[in-house]
Design a protein around this ligand. Structure first.
Ligand code: NAD
Length: 478
């Protein structure tokens, strides 16, 4: 095998080893080979990254810079990302077995995240209120300080960009810790920021595991905001750790999305999105439509078409053109998902298609099952893989009740051609985002986040502004 690539920490615009020289292996889940190594961040490395970000915030030009100038810097980074789209997408494809075309789409969305927040901070500076008392009152949104951002492996670059972009756009400095499973694209992003000439310390990348790298960041008293995307279980630990130094947290956590298909839906559209919402990215999407509810009148027809479309997905090497579905992101994750699939039949469920590949690969095929009790683990718990559990309903009230009967509340989908029902059900669903006759479409001005175990707080547009700044009121006697 050719020499392995290395992904260090990016601190003060330099790519460095850990202070103790430790590294960890980075796998290609399709070949199951180690293709790279990354620096294993220790508590001392985390501190080093925080000190750099603190200094860049306290003494550097970034927070004091004019808003247009800062926007221009961020657009420069976005331009560079566009230039390097194949490299960035290639890293995500190789690092987590994401089909290359999907990875390119993720890079485009990451670029848009940077461009959107660059402009948003320039154009949404605050409000002014001339008061009846003759006073003049205005709000100011100054940067909060040092932001610790922690991201998961399922959209390595895109999830990180969703945090870094608003953090730095609003004048903060940032340390991003990517998942230990996918250090490549985010480290490369840090290299690109240095290459375009960002001031040192504005964007630091800390590689390593949740503990000690991530946990040292969240516990650091020099960190002013913690933005985290990952599992609900880790989110609770992050919140406890940040509470110690009263750093506000934004938590984007797990999901068990409900996808509700009414008999009056456009069936071709509903089937298309049912497949996309649970099998894109091999189901490793917090927003996945993992619980599908289909009205009884169309159940048999829907299942026939759904199974047929799922079986058409081209499975293979993520780097080969045309691949739509590939291996799970790591051995550990494969074992978790396979464990749930094995439970389905043990618990009396029926698998219509899919199952665990038995060739030693980390592949779970697109799996569709029904017949599980409403308290069965594969139905209730987040599997985070290509496993769709289907149920029938006969009334709108029943569908809403089943969809809402979960501790999660990140998102839901409704498929219907009845306009009144679409509005009525969207309003009744317990979810941060509801898609009607579509999936995965975002307007970055609107709130994004979850209810219950799916998260705390919202990000997007002014919601990100509120989190990443210290809003201030100035009242002036005229
Ligand atoms: P995870 O919680 O295991 O890890 C997420 C990140 O947290 C990683 O970078 C990890 O190293 C770090 N981490 C782990 N322990 C930590 C600790 N004690 N302190 C600080 N950081 C720590 O999650 P994952 O397996 O990487 O990602 C999958 C989960 O993410 C799923 O539950 C999925 O639903 C969720 N997710 C949510 C959203 C959303 O927007 N709500 C988006 C993507 C993924």
């Amino acid at each position: 095998m050719a020499d392995k690539e290395f992904f260090g920490h990016i601190i003060d615009n330099e790519e460095v080893e850990s202070l103790n020289g430790e590294r960890f292996d980075v796998f290609n889940p399709w070949t199951r080979e180690v293709w790279a190594e990354a620096a294993e961040g220790s508590a001392e490395d985390a501190r080093r990254a925080v000190v750099s970000a603190r200094k860049a915030f306290d003494d550097g030009p970034w927070p004091k810079m004019g808003r247009t100038e800062r926007a221009n810097w961020i657009h420069k980074l976005a331009d560079k990302m566009e230039e390097k789209v194949d490299e960035l997408a290639g890293y995500d494809a190789k690092n987590m077995s994401k089909p290359f075309e999907q990875a390119k789409h993720d890079v485009a969305r990451s670029v848009w995240n940077f461009r959107f927040f660059a402009d948003h901070q320039r154009d949404h500076c605050g409000e002014v209120y001339p008061m009846d008392s003759g006073h003049h009152c205005y709000s100011e949104f100054g940067p909060a300080g040092v932001v610790a951002a922690i991201s998961p492996w399922n959209f390595p670059l895109m999830m990180a960009s969703w945090k870094i972009a608003p953090a730095i756009a609003w004048g903060n400095t940032c340390i991003i810790k990517p998942s230990e499973d996918t250090p490549a694209s985010v480290t490369h992003l840090g290299r690109l920021a240095a290459e375009v000439g960002f001031p040192p310390g504005v964007l630091n990348v800390l590689n390593g595991h949740g503990a000690p790298a991530g946990s040292s960041l969240t516990a650091d008293w020099d960190v002013d905001r913690v933005t985290f995307t990952g599992s609900s279980q880790t989110g609770k630990m992050v919140m406890k750790s940040a509470a110690d130094h009263l750093a506000p947290v934004s938590l984007e956590l797990g999901g068990k999305g409900a996808n509700v298909v009414f008999a009056d839906a456009d069936l071709d559209n509903a089937v298309y999105w049912a497949v996309e919402s649970i099998f894109r990215n091999a189901g490793q999407i917090c927003l996945a439509g993992s619980r599908l509810f289909v009205e009884d009148k169309i159940y048999d027809e829907f299942m026939k078409r759904f199974v047929a479309k799922a079986e058409e997905l081209k499975i293979g090497d993520p780097l080969v053109a045309g691949t739509r579905f590939s291996a799970l992101s790591s051995r550990k994750h494969f074992e978790k998902v396979a464990g749930y699939v094995h439970q389905i039949e043990e618990l009396g469920g029926k698998i219509w298609t899919g199952g665990v590949a038995d060739d030693g690969s980390w592949l779970v095929k697109p799996t569709i099952a029904d017949g599980l009790a409403l308290d069965a683990a594969p139905y209730c718990e987040e599997i985070f893989g290509p496993v769709c559990i289907v149920n029938k309903f006969s009334t709108e009230a029943e569908a809403v009740h089943m969809a809402n009967d979960t501790r999660y509340g990140l998102n839901a989908m409704i498929f219907t051609e009845n306009l009144s029902r679409a509005h009525r059900v969207a309003s009744a669903l317990k979810a941060g985002t509801v898609w009607v006759n579509c999936f995965f479409i975002r307007d970055l001005r609107t709130p994004f986040g979850g209810v219950g175990d799916s998260g705390v707080g919202r990000e997007g547009g002014n919601f990100s502004r509120e989190f990443f700044t210290e809003p201030k009121a100035v009242v002036m006697q005229i």
